[in-house]
Every structure is written in C-alpha cells, then in structure tokens.
Design a protein around this ligand. Sequence first.
Ligand SMILES: [Fe+2]
Ligand SMILES: [Fe+2]
Length: 297
Amino acid sequence: MTSETQQILDMEKPKANPLKSMDHWEDDLLERYPDPETSKEKSEFRNYVDSDRDATVREFYQLNHKFQTYDFVCEKEKEFLAFNKREMSIWDALEFLNTLVDDSDPDIDLDQLQHLMQTSEAIRKDGHPDWFVLTGFLHDLGKVLCLFGEPQWAVVGDTFPVGCQFSDKIVYPDFFSSNPDSTHEVYSTKLGVYKEHCGLDQVKMSWGHDEYLYQIVKDYLPKPALYMIRYHSFYAQHREGAYDFLLNDEDREYFKWVKAFNPYDLYSKAPEPPNVKELKPYYEDLIAKYLPETLRF
Ligand SMILES: [Fe+2]
Ligand SMILES: [Fe+2]
C-alpha cells in the first residue's frame, strides 16, 4: 500500500467500518432486489428497515467507491494471493469466520455459518447437483478477509470492474466522483485497459470476498461453481447487464449459473436457524469429495 493511501485510510479510521453488521449490505440488496416470489408488500417489508442502517450503508459505499481503484486491487492481489496468512481446513475456516463479531442483533441476525447453510440447504431442497450445494455452502467464506484486518469496504459490497469507466448502473454511482480513477486518462474511458468482449477473466474486479475465495478454490470446483463464487456480488452485470461489452461467449453461457445462484443467496434467509449439528456430517462428506483437507488462505 502506498503511504498516501495508508494516510487516507488512517484519517478515515473511525469510519473504516461503518456497517454494524456486514450483513446489512445484504439486507440492503434485498431492498434493491426484492423477492418477486413473495407477496410481501413493500410497506410490510419496510417495517424492519431502519433508517440508521440506510445511512451506514451509504457511508459504506462512499468509502468503497472512493478507495476501490485499479492500483488498490493490484496491491490487494499482491498481498492476499500469496496465500501466506493461514492454512486451514474448510471447516476450520467456517468456524474462524463465525468468530467475526459485529454489533448485529443476535436474536434476529443469523451468523455467517447459518447464512451459508440456509443458502446451501435451499439449493439442496431444489434437487441441484451436489457441487451447486457445496458452492452455496462456501460462497461467502472469503469474508475471512475481515479477520485479517481488512475494512468492510474491501470485503463486501457490490463488485464492479476497475480499469475502465464505472457504470452508472452500479449502486450509488455518484460516489465514484471521489475515486481518482474516474478522472484517469485511461481508466475513465469506456473500455479502459480492456478490449471489447475480452472476457471477464481478463478484467480486474473491485477487491472483495468473491475474487479471494475464487482464487483459493479455483482448481477444485466445476466451472459453473467458480463463476457463481467469483461474480455473485457483481450485481451491475448479473442484474443490470451493464458490462455486456466486456463479456465473451463463455461468460454469457456461465452467467446463467450466476443468475441461478443469486436468489438462493438473497432469498433463502429464514428466521429459523438450520440445525448445524445435524447437517454437519453431510457437509463434511461433501467438502471431502471436492476439496483437499486443508487450503491456504
Ligand atoms: Fe457474498
Ligand atoms: Fe451470501
């Protein structure tokens, strides 16, 4: 990290983690993309939306959009794709993730493991292949970045390409005006450093839990699973189609899976926590079928 970026981060420190709970970003997604299957009226839904949370989500995106630059992503890749932080089994990583304490209300908010299990159980209930179930179970594991000291805005939130113009289809697009890349002579152009339809594999995404987990598991899971993990927070594309000009044929094909995954991520939350103890043996077997005993983080 450049000393200048560090200085800015230090200045912002009291505000580095505005969200009381990382899940508040996901609750906000539910407001932006409500479940079309439920008959819940908007007014009924609004009952549990507090304006306090809306304000912290705005603050969160202000930081995210300001600091997620092309150079920042390069620095984070250098730092985290060396995988020299910890070696853990998936189950250890899940338990590690669950030590993440934030100010959320334990009576109404599920912990991270419960969210993962509700997602994967909903996928299992619909009869999907076991690697799809496993993907649901793992998809947010990259959030362990928070436990390595990363600020919320570099772990969660919608992801988007860096190195080319920020789309106005990204949530809170106005906040990009404080991102230095938005006036950079190359990065501010529509294609930036990319070629039309070059394929997303060539495109750097804003840094967060999606890309990090993808890099950890990329050798072990089928391609649709990897797309789901890598792009599940790329709402500007899988919901808005804002970056069609960067996609190649393969991306278009596999984004069907990203889209299929998204409702499980967003709409499987239920007040009833899953029975983790009872389900654990099934997931241990599933993990062992696809992944090595330990992975490097
Ligand atoms: Fe996620
Ligand atoms: Fe999730």
